[in-house]
Write a protein that binds this ligand. Structure first.
Ligand code: OGA
Ligand code: NI
Length: 355
C-alpha cells in the first residue's frame, strides 16, 4: 500500500493528473473523505427530503405495439421523464456479463487502466475519465468512468479494451433495438410518422456507453457520486446493479426519489435534446447518484446522442399546430461543450438553447 496522500493538491494530482482515479485513491487504504470531495451542505442529499420509491413507473414492454404500453411510455416520459422497463428483450445474461465486465475493467492494475486515459488512448472511441469535468468543477465527484463512444463496429473492435469489449458490443447491439423502439413510440406521439435518415441522425447517430464505477466511500453522505444534473442525450438507457443510490427529482419541492433496483430492468430517462425537440412535451429530469459505503457500485448508461454536427431544435411536426418554439436551433457539439464546460448544475444546461 502506498503512503497516505493528504493535501488537497496531492489528492488532485494523484487522482486527476496522474490518472489513478478515485479507484486508485480508495486502493491506497483511505479512511476518510479527502477535502476535494466534500460537498457544501446545500449539495448533500438530505434524507428528510426523500419521497416514496413507488412513484416511478415500471413498464412491461413485452408487447411494444400494445396501445396501453405506448400510453404508459409517453405518459411516463411527459410526467416523470424517468421510468423503468422490463421484458425489453435484452437477455439477463447480457446485462450480467456487462456489469461483470465493468468490474473487471476497474479491477485491472492501475497501469493497465491508464492506457485508456485521454492522453494515452489510441482512439477517441475510448477514454478513461474521473469525476465529471475536473477542470471546471469546484468539488470532485466520487466516480471514475470509461467512455466507450460508438463510432463504428470496426472502431469498437479495434480500440475498446479487451477486458470488456465483447460484453459491451453484445449489449450495444441489443440495446440499440430497444432505443429504436422507444424513440419510435415517443416520436409517434409527437406527430412524427416515420423516423427518416435525417431525423435518425439527429436522434441517435453517436451513442456513448459509459462504464461508471463508484468505489466504496467512507462517508458517502458528504460526497456526490454524480451531482444534480439532467442528461444532454435524446434518451438515456441505464443499467444499474443492485447497490442502489440513484435519485430522481420528486414532485414536491426539493424532494428526491430513490430509483429502486429491479433485477433485469433498464432505467430510461429523457435527456435535454428530446426536451428541446419536443418543445417541452417531454422533460429531462434532474437526477444524481451517491456511492455506497461498503460496495463498489457500477452503473452503465447508454447515452443516445445526436451526431455531433447535427442541428437540434423543436421538431416541425411539434410546431405544426402553431405553437411557439421555446428553443432555438443549436449544434449538438456546441451543446456538448457547454455541458462539459461547467460543473453539474441541475437543469441549467438547457438554458443554452432557450430563445
Ligand atoms: C449519469 C448518471 C446515474 C447512475 O452517468 O449521467 O446519471 O446511477 N448516472 O450512475
Ligand atoms: Ni445522468
Amino acid at each position: 500500500m502506498s503512503p497516505p496522500i493528504s493535501s488537497s493538491s496531492d489528492v488532485i494530482d494523484f487522482v486527476v493528473h496522474k490518472g489513478n482515479g478515485v479507484k486508485g485513491l480508495v486502493d491506497t487504504g483511505l479512511e476518510t473523505v479527502p477535502e476535494p470531495y466534500i460537498q457544501p451542505l446545500e449539495e448533500r442529499l438530505d434524507p428528510t427530503k426523500f419521497q416514496s420509491e413507488n412513484s416511478i413507473p415500471i413498464i412491461d414492454v413485452s408487447n411494444w405495439d400494445d396501445p396501453k404500453v405506448v400510453d404508459s411510455i409517453c405518459d411516463a416520459a411527459s410526467k416523470w421523464g424517468f421510468f423503468q422497463i422490463v421484458n425489453h428483450g435484452v437477455p439477463l445474461e447480457v446485462l450480467e456479463n456487462l456489469k461483470n465486465a465493468a468490474h473487471s475493467f476497474f479491477q485491472l492494475p492501475s497501469e493497465e487502466r491508464k492506457k485508456y486515459l485521454k492522453e494515452n488512448s489510441p482512439s477517441e472511441a475510448v477514454c478513461l475519465c474521473t469525476s465529471f469535468s475536473p477542470q471546471a468543477e469546484k468539488v470532485l465527484e466520487w466516480k471514475d468512468f470509461l467512455r466507450l463512444s460508438w463510432v463504428s463496429e470496426d472502431q469498437a473492435s479495434a480500440f475498446w479494451p479487451p477486458v470488456c469489449k465483447e460484453e459491451a458490443l453484445e449489449y450495444v447491439k441489443k440495446v440499440e433495438l430497444v432505443t429504436k423502439r422507444l424513440l419510435e413510440v415517443l416520436l409517434k406521439r409527437l406527430g412524427v410518422k416515420e423516423i427518416d435518415r435525417t431525423t435518425e441522425y439527429k436522434l441517435m447517430a453517436s451513442p456513448i456507453l459509459s462504464l461508471n464505477y463508484y468505489p466504496c466511500c467512507p462517508s458517502p453522505e458528504l460526497t456526490a457520486g454524480v451531482g444534480r444534473h439532467s442528461d444532454i442525450s435524446t434518451i438515456t438507457i441505464l443499467l444499474q446493479d443492485d447497490t442502489g443510490g440513484l435519485y430522481v427529482r420528486g414532485t414536491s419541492k426539493d424532494s428526491w426519489i430513490h430509483v429502486p433496483t429491479v433485477n433485469g430492468a433498464l432505467v430510461i430517462n429523457i435527456g435535454d435534446i428530446l426536451q428541446i425537440m419536443s418543445n417541452d412535451k417531454y422533460k429531462s429530469i434532474e437526477h444524481r447518484a451517491i456511492a455506497n459505503r461498503s460496495k463498489n457500485r457500477v452503473s452503465i448508461p447508454f447515452f443516445v446522442n445526436p451526431g455531433s454536427d447535427a442541428t437540434i431544435g423543436p421538431l416541425p411536426e411539434v410546431l405544426a399546430s402553431g405553437e411557439t418554439p421555446i428553443y432555438k436551433h443549436v449544434v449538438f457539439s456546441d451543446y456538448f461543450k457547454h455541458f462539459f464546460g461547467k460543473g453539474h448544475d441541475g437543469k441549467k444546461t438547457v438554458e443554452f438553447a432557450k430563445i
